[in-house]
Design a protein around this ligand. Structure first.
Ligand code: SAM
Length: 462
């Protein structure tokens, strides 16, 4: 596979635990918010001593809090189509999967799903779709879907930003996505191990691993400068995947002067009609998973880390302390799934099983209980703080102040418009605590916006 030197990675995953002085030097680099090399990251992945793992954890927490503060951005996925031309053996949307109930949402159905989500308090949507045989038909549908989502309002609330997780497109079609107003373009490589990739992806456009890698290059060339990547953990060795992702990032940095805005760490979950998705061959322990997430935080300190509802509530809460900066809430991974209030996993139109089915309110209550500020902010996209501009603010540690202000403002909007009395009470207590810790100038900006919210004004940001 392009940009991935498998021999180098295979050598790095065999490394024994490094000496204490080497370990300390890497941790020192991380505390200075410096990006780690793939080799340094491999050394942290190889650590086995509990005491040293605890140091990796506390450093990951320090790095996350220093760059992004205590805010956690919330989003919700919106699946619009599960009729797919590809043959990904781990996915229930696989073309040959006979058990999956298929659906492509109409534009009116997409508006209805958006309305349901807005009524629950969501503001940031990740739009996902399967792939058809005709890219031009797909892009036309995607652009109409994006316009439809942005057109819906519930009271004073509208969707602030749509990010997308979609199959590779041409530069020309990526330009259409950008014009439609997307934030981040996300695409998972699934596996960076070429042989495994070719084995798991039968016929169809997805069968070429290099075309998938190149999608990021084409998105950059089309002017989409916030991109999201990640492997699907569980298809191959987790250390290989993580180090290969770091090599992919190093390539992007060298070629475009910019790495990903976010990385995701999805783990394989059981999918109806897919034997491979039930396989434990490349499963790894929760402790290994936590260490890996913390190492990603240290390796790419300026990149957001996303954790989805594939993980349990307990694991998601734990990962907040290890560098995760964005989480989804009350997800349904099926087109039209938000109309149902039954058990998500029971209906055979879902892509895979979910382990966290808490409502957005329960997720928010937990964040508040752990001292994290829920945020619905999308200000950076709207102020054109994307790509290199974003990084030039984030690297000297200056994005945190904007994150803090926008988190408080968007959270107060949520509390006023959607929260039940108990959540509101605890939410305001957290806001008071955060305000007390803020520099005076930032606090004044927040208080001015708060006055506006009390007057009924919505959606102000810095
Ligand atoms: N058509 C788009 C593409 O080609 O990337 C969207 C893919 S899908 C809607 C989003 C992601 O779900 C996939 O990229 C894959 O990583 C993940 N996924 C598929 N099957 C899964 C499973 N059994 N467990 C967990 N995640 C899965």
């Amino acid at each position: 596979m392009k940009h991935i030197d498998e021999e180098k990675i295979n050598r790095l995953i065999q490394l024994p635990q490094c000496s204490r002085s080497e370990f300390d030097a890497i941790i020192e680099k991380s505390k200075n918010l410096q990006r780690l090399t793939t080799e340094e990251s491999a050394k942290l992945l190889a650590v086995k001593d509990k005491e040293l793992i605890d140091i990796i954890y506390s450093t990951a927490k320090y790095v996350k809090d220093t760059i992004y503060g205590k805010r956690v951005v919330l989003f919700v996925p919106l699946y619009i189509n599960n009729i797919c031309v590809n043959e990904c053996q781990y996915c229930s949307f696989c073309k040959n999967n006979k058990v999956t109930i298929r659906k492509k949402l109409t534009i009116d159905e997409i508006k209805e799903q958006t309305r349901i989500l807005l009524e629950r308090g969501h503001k940031r949507i990740l739009m996902l779709s399967s792939e058809s045989a005709n890219e031009d038909d797909d892009i036309e549908y995607f652009v109409k879907a994006i316009e439809a989502i942005y057109s819906v309002s519930v009271g004073k609330n509208k969707v602030k930003r749509i990010n997308v997780n979609l199959a590779p497109l041409s530069v020309e079609n990526f330009k259409k996505l950008k014009k439609a107003g997307i934030g981040t373009y996300q695409i998972f490589q699934e596996t960076y191990h070429e042989e495994t990739y070719r084995k798991l992806h039968g016929k169809g456009p997805k069968s070429d691993p290099d075309n998938r890698l190149d999608a990021i290059d084409r998105a950059f060339k089309a002017g989409i400068d916030d991109i999201g990547i990640g492997p699907l953990y569980g298809l191959y060795d987790y250390k290989f995947e993580t180090l290969a992702m770091f090599e992919h990032i190093a390539y992007l940095e060298k070629e475009f002067g910019l790495g990903p805005h976010v990385v995701s760490v999805p783990r394989l979950e059981p999918a109806y009609g897919s034997e491979i998705s039930q396989s434990k061959k490349y499963a790894f322990t929760d402790d290994e998973f936590k260490q890996m997430v913390a190492v990603i935080r240290l390796s790419v300190p300026y990149t957001g880390i996303i954790i989805s509802t594939r993980e349990t509530a307990e694991m998601r809460n734990e990962l907040l302390n290890l560098g995760v900066s964005q989480i989804s809430a009350e997800s349904r991974v099926s087109p039209g799934g938000y109309e149902r209030l039954d058990d998500h996993n029971a209906v055979k139109d879902v892509q895979f099983k979910l382990n966290d089915q808490r409502s957005i309110e329960e997720v928010i209550a937990d964040l508040v209980a752990y001292g994290y500020m829920p945020s619905f902010c999308a200000a950076c996209y709207r102020r054109e703080r994307t790509g290199k501009v974003f990084m030039s603010i984030a690297k000297p540690g200056n994005i945190k102040s904007k994150c803090d202000i926008n988190a408080l403002v968007t959270f107060k909007e949520y509390l006023e418009d959607f929260a039940a009395p108990e959540v509101k009470k605890h939410g305001y207590k957290l806001i008071e605590e955060k305000l007390a810790q803020m520099p005076e100038t930032d606090k004044n900006v927040v208080l001015k916006f708060f006055e506006d919210i009390d007057k009924g004004i919505r959606d102000e940001y810095v």
